[in-house]
Structure formats: C-alpha cells, structure tokens
Design a binder for this molecule. Structure first.
Ligand SMILES: [Zn+2]
Length: 250
C-alpha cells in the first residue's frame, strides 16, 4: 500500500517536471514565442503576426487614459502580447479562450490579448459573447479600452502586491473600467439602465458597467481617491444600496 503511494507520488512529481517546467519557462519568457515586437514609450507589444502601425495611436491613447490614475507613473513598463492564433491565447491564459484579454497580475504581470484588428481599433469577439453581435456595446470598448483596462490591472497589482483574490471583483474590475473607458461613461444613463434591469448592467452577461458605476460613485461623487478605497474598502451591500438609491434621489 505504502509502495503504491510512493509510486503514485513519484509519477505525479515526474508529470509536474515533464509538463510543468516547460510551461513555466514559456510563461516566464513568452517573448521568445512571438515573432514580432514594437517598443514604444513604456510599452513593449509582441505579436504572432506583423504589427500594424496604428498600434502607436492605440498605445498613446491608452497611456493618456491611464495617466488619469493615481497609480500611474511614467517609469512603469508594460508587456503586451497579441495572440492572433486562438490556440496561443488559450495556452497563455490557462484556457480562458473566451476572454477579451488576460493580465497575469498575480504572476508575471504580462498581458495577453485575443485576436485583434489593430487598424480598426477593435478586438475580435468570440461568437459566444452575449453582446457579440451588438455593435453598441463595443462603442465604449475599442482596443484602446482593452489596453488601458488590462494595464490598469497591472498598476493595481504593483500598488497592492500580487493577491487579487483579497480584493472584491467590483473594485478590481470597476476601477480598470473606470480608467479604461476614459470619458466614455455616462453615469446617469447607466444608473437608469440598471433600474430598468438592462442586461448591460448584469455582470454575468460579461460587462462591468455595474462595477464601474460603484467605483465612479466613490471617486467622482464622494471624492474618494483610489488609494483611500484600497485602504478602507466599503461594504458591497451598503454601497450597492447607496448607488441604487441615487436614482430615486434624482
Ligand atoms: Zn479586468
């Protein structure tokens, strides 16, 4: 019995060594597997196909959005990887094939994107997305938004340290959307949509507008700073009621 256990443990250790070590290496040095690369300002963008020149404008406008954040400074570097091959995206995101982009903010802080259309400033959504065929829900989410949203996650991770599980999703995603969307957010309109039970305000349908509302309320209406919020995170139930009741109050 004991021998069987030892054998099983040895097999597992061998499995981890054979499959885990190469995977760890590619996660630590993903740049080796991307043939194209552009370095501009604080960003290094890698891609598995030639990078269109419009990437420069996308980086510029993403950094402009991020410069509004207290967590931003010009010394920060970001590494972004565009995976036009979905299998590549799947590998680097541990199977998150339906995500728009994934920042490895608890590990290397590298960011991986699903296939993109750089000249048109768009990501190419999977057909499984609830809003995949609704162009209006992409108006406020060009590729610039995805760049700024994911780089904000990296800034959050640098500020709080790795360990995103310690923070509520409404704060992590709400703040990344608050910075990522720039001026493209109408608080009153989204509050109205929430009250009419619109799917756009249901996070289970894939959008973070409800989280964005909460963060926007704390920062713009209550005058908090993001560092204040991290130091004293509000109770979600109380916050949800406060924001919901704002509609009644107006
Ligand atoms: Zn996010």
């Amino acid at each position: 019995m004991k021998n069987k256990l030892v054998k099983a443990l040895k097999k597992t250790a061998l499995g981890v060594l054979v499959f885990g070590m190469p995977y760890l290496c590619i996660m630590l040095f993903p740049g080796l597997l991307f043939a194209h690369k552009i370095e501009y300002r604080q960003c290094i963008v890698y891609s598995d196909k030639k990078i269109d020149s419009e990437i420069i404008e996308i980086i510029d406008s993403s950094l402009t959005r991020m410069s509004k954040s207290e967590l931003y400074d010009t010394s920060q570097q970001f590494r972004l990887f565009i995976c036009n091959d979905l299998r590549r995206f799947w590998i680097f995101t541990q199977g998150s094939a339906l995500a728009g982009a994934v920042a490895q903010y608890n590990f290397t802080r590298d960011i991986f994107f699903r296939p993109c259309d750089i000249p048109n400033n768009k990501i190419i959504p999977p057909k499984e997305w609830y809003f995949a065929d609704n162009p209006f829900t992409f108006k406020d989410r060009p590729l610039t938004y995805y760049f700024a949203h994911e780089m904000t996650h990296v800034m959050q991770s640098r500020y709080t340290g790795r360990g995103s599980w310690k923070y509520p999703t409404w704060l992590t995603e709400g703040y990344a959307d608050y910075i990522g969307k720039g001026e493209n957010f109408n608080f009153q309109e989204n509050l109205r949509l929430w009250h009419s039970h619109a799917p756009e305000l249901d996070p289970s349908k894939g959008l973070y507008r409800l989280y964005h509302l909460k963060v926007c309320y704390l920062l713009d209406h209550k005058g908090a700073s993001i560092k204040d919020i991290y130091q004293n995170i509000p109770n979600d139930t109380i916050l949800t009621d406060e924001v919901w009741n704002l509609y009644m109050a107006n």
